[in-house]
Design a protein around this ligand. Structure first.
Ligand code: G6P
Length: 588
């Protein structure tokens, strides 16, 4: 949610910041702004809308100055208005601030401010700029000011601050929201995400929670909230800038759907030792808890279903936003497996916080290099699928699933497990090459208000994921269901022509699911069967190749992703940036 970035160096800041904003647009895209300082003058440009359209209107990239900050917003406090867009200035323009996160006690803090402040916006963020100004006027010391103010702020935040009387310095503050410093030559960067500056440098320093950084053109100094100096080595990140381009595709989402034929294979490239440690922990007899949000939660559900067959301990899967009772149950005999593409989801970190003190072992599965999740885990496995830019998870989902398969095959002592997973690559290509055959179904979905996705057993989480994709991309109400549950409510909603997508490859759940499809059809539903073979109950059949039963979830998902993507295109939605959503959900 929200992307923040800052630049200081020998080049013009605004074009660099503009490019950074474009790279981080997945984090929020309802408004954006840039502020630079040139010859003691503060330039501030901001507006509502997508970055390209704002830029066309007010030329964000043409602000002068070699120092600046920028922000792309996903509104939380305060509506989508120009005034609420960042950067925010304090009253007498001493402080320029961009913020990612939520300040939970901002109303209380507002009351504590003197009456002389003149507010321009309805945001929690603007309060911080006024607080900083008041403190700075007393102390005249930026670090001490930021330490004192940070300790007063409740909630999650990453801040980038410029004090206008110190136009050779940028400050960053991190507490429970990502912030990374990019080390350039004669220039430095600070940002929510590496992708924003990866064109300029791949040497980075990851800030930890409760740290403040002072960045100049040639220096980086880190301190914690108590003022202790921190020494931290730089990390070299290997991501290529090319990974972020759309190449010949019209959207990142479809590029990422296509990429899955290779990313299911790269997911298997795990450090042997780490992987073995991960698997051995699962066999240690400790109780296992798996958590995630959105698509990552659907993987948690599949993982649980599969893992239960191989370990003696209890396995539970839960939504990160609904963690209370599970947190209570966890102790030193527990393993928590957080699953997350971004590694930054606020609800997930809320689950993890303090669990380490209780002795819980954290084994994570994540994608974003250097993310907070990777750094709080005892052992972590990386998806290796490269940056995922489309807001809806696609390749990260199948990479997570590939890793789950790798673990399950290891536990089941399946010798050719990796080969089996690698073979999925060709099957993914085959399904994608048949995408034209989905045309009629896309027309049906486009004309529908409600769509039901049904699956049993390991196909149930795929029904949930298929429905989520259609909701996110096509803006059609969709419900993923355990197929056996239709009798408990859903049948009342079925009308003539209601589409029901039945996930039904040929495995032990086939007959029962088929019966549910027939029950839906008898009430007028149009049945779209996803299966290895046709059936007279299907009005439309989406053919999938025959694979080992355990591997069907990955294969059957691909047509569902394609349906969601092309229905979005049919409806002229932008599938990369669905309305009101953000990729990295760093607020609770
Ligand atoms: C957002 C994204 C989803 C993602 C979910 C969890 O809602 O749009 O695609 O599944 O967050 O994100 P995570 O990064 O934790 O996997």
């Amino acid at each position: 949610m929200c992307g923040i970035t800052g630049y200081i160096g020998h080049k013009d800041a605004a074009p660099i910041l503009l490019k950074s904003l474009k790279r981080m647009e997945y984090r929020g895209y309802d408004s954006a702004g840039i502020s630079t300082i040139h010859k003691d003058k503060i330039i501030i440009k901001k507006d509502i809308g997508r970055i390209d359209s704002i830029n066309e209107k007010i030329q964000l990239g043409e602000a002068e100055g070699k120092i600046g900050v920028a922000h792309t917003r996903w509104a939380t406090h305060g509506g989508v208005t120009k005034e609420n867009a960042h950067p925010h200035l304090s009253c007498n323009k001493e402080v320029i601030l961009v913020h990612n996160g939520i300040i939970e006690n901002y109303r209380k803090l507002l009351k504590g401010l003197s009456n002389n402040h003149n507010f321009q916006s309805q945001t929690d963020s603007e309060v911080i700029s006024h607080l900083i100004e008041e403190e700075y006027n007393k102390l005249k010391d930026p670090i001490k000011t930021l330490q004192n103010i940070s300790k007063k702020l409740n909630g999650s935040f990453a801040l980038i601050v410029i004090f206008s009387d110190r136009a050779n310095e940028i400050y960053g503050v991190r507490k429970y929201a990502p912030l990374i410093v990019g080390i350039g030559e004669n220039e430095n960067f600070i940002s929510s995400d590496i992708v924003s500056f990866i064109d300029y440098t791949d040497n980075v320093i990851f800030l930890e929670d409760k740290e403040i950084v002072k960045v100049t053109q040639n220096s980086i100094e880190i301190l914690n909230f108590d003022g202790d100096k921190i020494t931290r080595d730089k990390t070299h990140v290997a991501w290529e800038a090319a990974d972020i381009s759309k190449e010949e595709f019209s959207h990142h989402t479809i590029k990422e759907i296509h990429e899955q034929s290779s990313t299911v294979k790269t997911a298997l490239n795990q450090d042997k030792e780490e992987f073995e440690k991960f698997v051995n922990e699962l066999l240690s007899g400790k109780n296992i808890f798996i958590t995630g949000s959105g698509s990552s939660f659907h993987i948690a559900l599949i993982f649980k279903k599969m893992l239960t067959k191989f370990v003696k301990s209890q396995v539970q899967a839960f939504l990160s936003s609904e963690s209370e009772e599970y947190r209570e149950l966890m102790d030193e005999n527990s393993i928590l497996i957080p699953i997350s593409q971004s590694g930054e989801t606020a609800d997930l970190h809320e689950v993890i916080r303090n669990l380490k003190d209780k002795g819980v072992t954290i084994l994570s599965i994540y994608n974003t290099i250097g993310s907070s999740l990777s750094r709080v885990s005892d052992i972590s496995l990386n998806l290796n699928c490269g940056p995922e830019i489309g807001v809806a998870a696609t390749k990260s989902f199948t990479s997570q699933l590939a890793i789950v398969y790798k673990i399950i095959f290891e536990l089941g002592k399946v010798k050719d497990g990796n080969e089996k997973i690698e073979e999925l690559s060709e099957q993914i290509k085959e399904i994608i090459s048949n995408e034209k055959s989905l045309h009629e179904i896309i027309e049906l979905l486009n004309e529908s208000n409600d769509v039901y996705f049904l699956g049993r057993s390991i196909h149930h989480p795929i029904a949930l994921e298929g429905a989520l994709k259609l909701k996110e991309l096509a803006y059609i109400h969709a419900e993923g269901m355990a197929a056996g549950e239709i009798k408990h409510g859903t049948l009342a909603l079925v009308e003539e022509g209601t589409p029901a997508i039945i996930i039904n490859p040929k495995d032990e759940s086939y007959e029962d699911t088929m019966n549910n499809a027939i029950e839906m059809k008898a009430r007028g539903a149009k049945i779209i069967g996803i299966s290895v073979e046709d059936n007279e109950a299907y009005d439309y059949w989406i053919k999938i190749p025959k694979v080992d039963n355990i591997l069907y979830p990955l294969i059957e998902l691909i047509p569902l992703q394609l349906l969601a993507y092309y229905t979005a295109i049919r409806r002229k939605n932008n599938p990369d940036y669905p309305r009101n959503l953000a990729k990295s959900v760093t607020v609770k």
